[in-house]
Design a protein around this ligand. Structure first.
Ligand code: ADP
Ligand code: MG
Length: 440
C-alpha cells in the first residue's frame, strides 16, 4: 500500500471514532508514512495538533495503525508545517549547512533577545550559563507558555558558547528527535552509536521535554545520558512548557535531577516588552514602522510572541503588496479585518468548542451545577463571549442559563487575571481559541 492510500484508509478508519470537529482540526490534514513494517510516522501541520494527538489520541492512532497494517507498529507524530504557514518551531533548525544534524540556527542569539520584566531572570541565568557552562547551573531548566522565547533563549546560549569554543560539542535537539533517535537505535541495534553521539556533547540542549511524558524507554535512556554528562560537567539546558512537577508521567528521578539545577520561567511579555520586540524584529527584517503602529500591533496579542511576530510579518507584507503607508489607520483596519475574518463566529460555536475541549455537555455549561470541573469551563466561556465576541455581560448571563450580570463580570475578570498568572488556564484558553479558529 502506498502512503497516499494508507493515509486515506487511516483517516477513514479514524473518522467514526472521534467527533467531527476533532477530526477536522486534528486528523484531516495529517499524512501517514510507513517507515518500515515496525514504524509509522504521522505528519501533522502544527505543534498544537501534535501535542493534542499525543496527549489524547495516541492509543487510537496506535490501534488504528495496527489494524491497518495488521501488525503492532510504533507511531511517531511529527510536525511538518504547510509551506504557506508562518514559521513553526521546526524552522529553528538551521538549514543543513554543515554535516551535523544538530547545528544551531545562528539567527537566535542572546544579543537579539529583548529583555523585559517577563524574562529578565531567565535571561540573567542564560548569560551566567553562557559565561561559565557546566559549573553552577546544571541543568538550566527554562519553562513557560508557547511562543514566549524559550527556544530562542536556549539557542542564544548555544550560539554564544559555540562562538567561543569548538562548536561541534554543542548539540541542539528537540525532545522528539531524541525520542526518534532512541527508537531507531533500538530497532537497528545502534544503541552504542546513539550513546556515543549524545554523550560526546559538551553542551546538550533539549527542547520541549514535556513530550517525554509517558515515554518510559526514552526517559530511562535520557536519565543515563544526563548522569553521564553531569559527571563530566557538560552543560545541559532543557526547556518545557511547564515545570517538571507538572509534567505527567515523568519519572521521579528525572524530576529531581531537573530540580537539582536552576529552574527559571518566562512569562508572557508585558506591553512595553512587546513593543520593544516588535521594534527589534522590524529592524532585523530591514523595515521600520512608526511607534504608534507598533503599539497597535502590540496590543492585539498578549500571550505569544510568535503570534505577534506572525501578525507583524503579515502586516509588512500586506503594506508592501498594496503599496500602503504604515499609517495607523491602515494597520488598524488590517488588524480589524483579520479579527473579523470569521464574522460567523457565534456563541454557539464557543459553547461547542468549550464543551468539546472539556468533554462536557451544553447543559453543564448553562445548568446550575457548581462543581469545579464545570465552573472553570463556564467562566472561560463567559470570558471568551465577552472578549472575543464583544457581548454584554447581561446578554452573556442570559445565554448561560439566566445568570446575574455581576456573576459574569466577576468570572470574566477572574479569568483575565488567571490567564496572566496560571499556565494551565493560559493553555486552556489558547487551545480553546485555536479550536475555535479552525471552525469555519
Ligand atoms: P517558545 O520556544 O517559547 O515557544 P520561541 O523561542 O520559538 O518560543 O519564540 C517565538 C518567536 O518569538 C521567535 O521568533 C523568537 O525569536 C521570538 N522571541 C521570543 N522572545 C523574544 C525576545 N525576548 N526577544 C526577541 N524575540 C523574541
Ligand atoms: Mg520552542
Amino acid at each position: 500500500m502506498d502512503n497516499t492510500k494508507l493515509t486515506a484508509k487511516f483517516l477513514e478508519a479514524i473518522k467514526p471514532g472521534v467527533s467531527a470537529a476533532n477530526f477536522k482540526t486534528f486528523f484531516a490534514k495529517s499524512e501517514l508514512e510507513l517507515v518500515d513494517d515496525q514504524q509509522v510516522v504521522v505528519f501533522v501541520p502544527t505543534a498544537f495538533a501534535k501535542a493534542t494527538l499525543l496527549q489524547r489520541h495516541l492509543p487510537l492512532l496506535e490501534k488504528t495503525a495496527q489494524t491497518l497494517i495488521d501488525k503492532k507498529v510504533a507511531v511517531e507524530i511529527t510536525v511538518r508545517p504547510n509551506l504557506n504557514q508562518l514559521p513553526a518551531d521546526e524552522d529553528l533548525f538551521a538549514p543543513q549547512v554543515s554535516k551535523s544534524a544538530f547545528s544551531l540556527n545562528p539567527k537566535y542569539t542572546l544579543e537579539n533577545f529583548v529583555v523585559g520584566p517577563s524574562n529578565n531572570v531567565a535571561y540573567a541565568a542564560a548569560q551566567a550559563v553562557a559565561q561559565n557552562p557546566g559549573t553552577s547551573y546544571n541543568p538550566l531548566f527554562i519553562y513557560g507558555g508557547t511562543g514566549v522565547g524559550k527556544t530562542h533563549l536556549m539557542l542564544g546560549i548555544g550560539n554564544a558558547i559555540s562562538k567561543k569554543r569548538v562548536s561541534n560539542g554543542v548539540i541542539y535537539c528537540s525532545s522528539e528527535k531524541f525520542m526518534n533517535d532512541y527508537v531507531s537505535a533500538i530497532q537497528n541495534r545502534k544503541m552504542i552509536d546513539l550513546r556515543a553521539r549524545y554523550r560526546s556533547a559538551y553542551i546538550l540542549l533539549i527542547d520541549d521535554i514535556q513530550f517525554f511524558s509517558g515515554r518510559d524507554g526514552t526517559q530511562e535512556e535520557f536519565f543515563h545520558t544526563f548522569n553521564d554528562l553531569q559527571a563530566k560537567n557538560s552543560q545541559m539546558i532543557i526547556t518545557s512548557d511547564r515545570p517538571p512537577g507538572q509534567i505527567e508521567k515523568l519519572e521521579d528521578r528525572l524530576r529531581s535531577r531537573f530540580a537539582g539545577g536552576l529552574m527559571v520561567d518566562i512569562q508572557p511579555p508585558d506591553f512595553d516588552t512587546r513593543v520593544a520586540i516588535l521594534k527589534a524584529k522590524c529592524s532585523q527584517w530591514g523595515n521600520a514602522l512608526p511607534e504608534d503602529t507598533l503599539k497597535l500591533i502590540a496590543s492585539s496579542s498578549q500571550l505569544s510572541i510568535r503570534e505577534l511576530e506572525g501578525k507583524l510579518l503579515q502586516i509588512l507584507q500586506t503594506l508592501k503588496a498594496r503599496n500602503l503607508t504604515p499609517a495607523a489607520e491602515n494597520i488598524a483596519s488590517f488588524l480589524n479585518t483579520s479579527v473579523q475574518k470569521r464574522p460567523s463566529l457565534t456563541y454557539k460555536e464557543v459553547f461547542l468548542s468549550v464543551c468539546q475541549y472539556f468533554n462536557i455537555k451544553n447543559s453543564d455549561l448553562t445548568g446550575p451545577r457548581r462543581q469545579k470541573e464545570l465552573v472553570l469551563p463556564r467562566h472561560l466561556t463567559m470570558y471568551i463571549m465577552s472578549e472575543e465576541l464583544g457581548m454584554t455581560v447581561e446578554k452573556i448571563g442570559q445565554l448561560l442559563g439566566g445568570r446575574d450580570h455581576t456573576t459574569v463580570m466577576h468570572a470574566r475578570d477572574k479569568i483575565r487575571q488567571l490567564i496572566n498568572k496560571d499556565r494551565e488556564v493560559q493553555r486552556m484558553f489558547i487551545e480553546v481559541k485555536q479550536a475555535l479558529s479552525t471552525l469555519s
